[in-house]
Structures are given as structure tokens and as C-alpha cells.
Design a protein around this ligand. Structure first.
Ligand code: 5AD
Ligand code: SF4
Length: 477
């Protein structure tokens, strides 16, 4: 029965090869279903960023085609962790959870445990898992998630740990199944990888060099999504502002944004993430002139000290960042700005930190993600001297957080009393009969409404600001 297939029958081209393995793995899953007398379940846990969230939708799409039923529970027949490694605590979390999975697997030896994502691109991690967590069934990385069906088939045939990590992506595989988390909104990858090598950051090492998808593939995917009921898309890339540079026919992100804006059924366009050094005048104009582009920009600062920015290899100064914010606000006064900030980068002094606080006070962000610097093996910053004392870092972090939150509470209420367009996203967990929706500028509003409105854009009077969110009432759908 389970003979290794005659190689000649296996397609060599993608996506045909994976569609073939979806069939083959599906046959094995159906056999197991027959033995167990029930459907098999799969649980995907996603750590980290929007890129991983989108990858998980692709992974779930493949698993569902193979025949698994999605489950939220970690005692499923297949558990897949899509990991992050941007800070060390992300790694520690995964090791902790693996201990728990080991116990579950002792109770159900047929259970499959699979790991993928950024953390798996680190050779020390894979070595540690092989040594200390031998019950793991399948390990793959960031460049070959499209191969899940093939790897799963191999694991089911071989009955021992399968490891497949690629150093770089060979191609971008298009048109495999995807299972979206929300019917009405979706992420769309426009590029993969990063060439910036900020000195603290592990992403370029685990996600590889920058590769842009072809605009015709991106637009075709968005048209397909629109036809399937999607009204909001988020264009995803580590640094969307350098989109298109390595295409056969180079184009800019601003040009892409305008083309996406022409797709009738798409009502809202978001994007993540913009590197300040590459944010062009052309993009500011494209945002201004394309009303569907949401009035929200995530513009990572990282540090307000020009000296530290240089050490971080960010390639802008404090003054250039502030001037950029001015230009954006002049063009689009209603824009809401959010950011990422790292505290405790090697060599950061109290004076450097004061520069960061100064930028925070000048820009007045809607919200800021604040991180304690985490040393990542292999990055230039890991070898830098003068790592900052933990006590000083903790103190600065607490002061920054307080400042960010105070400002945020002040600025987030600025639209109170106005009527705004809101995408109704879900039922409100806290109040019967209420929905939770999102404003163009990414803030949340709760308002009375019925389930049938989910996925549509409605007009809501933002009656009351609660600091980080609003309570409102719908005026017309
Ligand atoms: N330590 C702390 N924060 C980091 N980030 C990236 N690398 C590190 C690190 N080594 C933060 C940056 C980035 C966000 C996604 O994570 O602020 O913008
Ligand atoms: Fe990391 Fe910098 Fe690339 Fe962002 S731009 S992914 S922080 S290297």
C-alpha cells in the first residue's frame, strides 16, 4: 500500500506539486479518520506579527484541503505553532508550551506536533528541539510554508521527525488555498524579507532578502478577495516603502497603492510597515489622493536619539523623522500616527532616552508599541559593548509607557461627537446586542447593532470617548 511513489508521477512545477500532495496526504487522513471513526482536527497557534498571521491563514487553507477541521484546542490531532523570534521572550514562550504539548502527546501518541516560522530559521533552535523535544514531528521555516502538504505526507509515511529549513526562498508560490480568519478583511503580502539590517533585528536573517511579488499577481489576488466579499485589505511587507525595487519592471509602492485604490469593491486599504527612511513624497501624495487609504500610518521610531539611530543603522536622524511627520501631517491633517520604540539599546544613556521622550511628546502618537531591547544572537548589536543595566532599562520603560499612555488617552478622543464610517467587525464580547467596529484611523468603537451588519461599513456617531475606544450609536447603514 504505502509504497514510495514513482517519482515520475510527481509534478515538479508549483503549485501543481503541492496540489498533488494535498491529495496524497488527504488519502492518508481519510484512512486515519476511518480508523478513529471521526474527523481529524488541527489547531494553529500564531505568534508574532501580521506576516505570521497571514502565513497561518495559508497554512490553515492547506490543512483544510487535506481534510483537517480547524480547532481552537491544543489537544487536537495536529498542533502547529507558527513561531516568532523577534525578541527572546517569544522563543521562551514556545519552549514553555512545548513542555505542555509533550504531556498532551503522552495521552494521545497519534497527535502530530509541527513547528514553523521565524524561530525555526535559527540553527541553534532546531538543534535544541532535536535534542530536548524529540516528540516534535515536523519542523519547517519561513521560506517553504507552501510545502506543508508535502512535508506532512512525508511525515505520515516515514513516521519520524521531518525537518526542512531553507536558507532562502527559491520562488514565490502563488495560488495555493488560503483560509481567511475574517470573511470581510484580509492581509495581502506584497513583498517578503528585508534588506535593512537594523543592527538589533533578526528579521533579515530569518525572513531573507527582500523580494516583491509581481503587481499583476497582487492585483489578481485582491480582485479575487473582493469578489469573495472582502472590503478591507492590508498590504503586508517588512518595509512596504521599498516595494518593487527588485521587480523586472520596477515600480513604486505609491504606484501600487493607486492601482489597488481603483478596485471598486475594496473600500479600505491599510499597509504595514513603513520605514521612515524610504517614505517618499510620492507616497504621501498617493495616500492623500486615494481616499480609500486609511488615515493611519505606523511609522516606527525605534529611538529619538540620532546617535542611537545611527548605531541601530536606521539611516535617519531625529530631525529627519520629525520633519517627515510634519510633512505627512501637513498633507493629511487627520492622520493618526502609531509607532514602535525600543528601550535599552546598547549604549543608550539617560540623555539618549530623553531624546526619545522628546519625540514622543512632540509627535503625540495615537499609540506606541514599546519594547525592551532583546539581544538576538547573530545581529551586530548583540556584540556591542555597554549593554544597559536592567534596572535602568526597567525604569526608562515604565516612564515611557506612562507618557505614551497619557498622550494616547488625550489624543484618541479627538473625534468624540463626530459621525465616522466604521467597519463592523464582530459582536462585542462585553455587551449583549452591541457590535465592535473599527474606524478608518484604526480606533475601536462599540455600538448597538445586529450580527447581520458584520462586514459592512456603517456610520456611527462617536458619542463618548473612553480613552482608547469609543461608545457610539449607528445613524445609518
Ligand atoms: N529587541 C527589542 N525589540 C525589537 N524589535 C525588533 N527587534 C528587536 C529587539 N532585538 C521591535 C522593533 C520592531 C518591532 C516589530 O519589534 O521595534 O519595529
Ligand atoms: Fe527589522 Fe529593520 Fe527590517 Fe524592520 S526594517 S524588519 S526592524 S531589519
Amino acid at each position: 500500500m504505502n509504497q514510495i511513489d514513482n517519482n515520475n508521477n510527481i509534478p515538479t512545477q508549483e503549485p501543481q506539486r503541492q496540489l498533488y500532495f494535498i491529495e496524497k496526504a488527504g488519502e492518508l487522513v481519510r484512512q486515519m479518520e476511518g480508523q478513529k471513526g471521526r474527523r481529524l482536527t488541527a489547531c494553529i497557534q500564531t505568534f508574532g506579527c501580521q506576516m505570521n498571521a497571514r502565513d497561518s491563514e495559508k497554512l490553515l487553507g492547506i490543512l483544510e484541503q487535506v481534510g483537517f477541521v480547524e480547532s481552537e484546542r491544543e489537544d487536537a490531532d495536529l498542533v502547529l505553532y507558527n513561531t516568532c523570534t523577534v525578541r527572546d521572550n517569544a522563543n521562551q514562550k514556545v519552549y514553555g508550551r512545548l513542555g505542555y504539548l509533550n504531556n498532551l502527546k503522552k495521552k494521545n501518541p497519534d497527535m502530530l506536533v509541527a513547528l514553523c516560522g521565524c524561530m525555526m530559521q535559527e540553527p541553534e533552535v532546531v538543534a535544541k528541539i532535536k535534542k530536548s523535544y524529540p516528540f516534535v514531528d515536523l519542523i519547517f521555516g519561513t521560506h517553504n510554508i507552501f510545502k506543508l502538504a508535502e512535508l506532512l505526507y512525508e511525515r505520515l509515511q516515514r513516521k519520524k521527525m521531518v525537518i526542512d529549513i531553507w536558507d532562502a526562498a527559491e520562488t514565490i508560490v502563488e495560488e495555493l488555498p488560503v483560509e481567511r480568519k475574517y470573511p470581510f478583511k484580509s492581509g495581502v503580502n506584497i513583498m517578503f524579507g528585508c534588506n535593512n539590517f537594523c543592527s538589533y533585528c533578526i528579521v533579515p536573517y530569518v525572513r531573507g532578502r527582500e523580494r516583491s511579488r509581481r503587481p499583476e499577481d497582487i492585483l489578481a489576488e485582491i480582485r479575487r478577495l473582493a469578489a469573495d466579499g472582502v472590503v478591507e485589505i492590508m498590504l503586508l511587507g517588512q518595509n512596504v516603502n521599498s516595494y518593487g525595487k527588485n521587480l523586472e519592471q520596477p515600480m513604486t509602492f505609491a504606484q501600487l497603492l493607486r492601482q489597488v485604490g481603483e478596485i471598486e469593491e475594496i473600500k479600505r486599504i491599510r499597509f504595514m510597515t513603513s520605514h521612515p527612511k524610504d517614505l517618499s513624497e510620492e507616497l504621501i501624495q498617493a495616500m492623500k489622493e486615494t481616499p480609500k487609504v486609511c488615515r493611519h500610518l505606523h511609522l516606527p521610531l525605534q529611538s529619538g536619539s540620532t546617535r542611537i539611530l545611527q548605531e541601530m543603522n536606521r539611516r535617519y536622524t531625529k530631525e529627519q523623522y520629525l520633519a517627515l511627520v510634519d510633512r505627512i501631517r501637513q498633507a493629511i491633517p487627520e492622520i493618526s500616527l502609531t509607532t514602535d520604540i525600543i528601550v535599552g539599546f546598547p549604549g543608550e544613556t539617560e540623555e539618549d532616552f530623553a531624546e526619545t521622550m522628546d519625540v514622543v511628546r512632540q509627535v503625540r502618537y495615537d499609540s506606541a508599541f514599546t519594547f525592551i531591547y532583546s539581544k538576538r544572537t547573530g545581529t551586530p548589536a548583540a556584540a556591542m559593548e555597554h549593554q544597559v543595566l536592567q534596572s535602568a532599562v526597567k525604569d526608562r520603560f515604565a516612564r515611557l509607557l506612562r507618557e505614551v499612555q497619557t498622550i494616547s488617552a488625550e489624543v484618541c478622543g479627538r473625534d468624540a461627537g463626530t459621525v465616522q464610517k466604521v467597519l463592523a467587525e464582530s459582536v462585542d464580547d462585553h455587551q449583549e446586542g452591541f457590535l465592535t467596529g473599527r474606524l478608518d484611523n484604526n480606533l475601536i468603537v462599540h455600538f448597538p447593532g445586529t450580527v447581520d451588519l458584520i462586514g459592512s461599513i456603517v456610520e456611527v456617531n462617536l458619542a463618548e470617548s473612553k480613552g482608547f475606544y469609543y461608545m457610539g450609536s449607528m445613524i445609518r447603514s
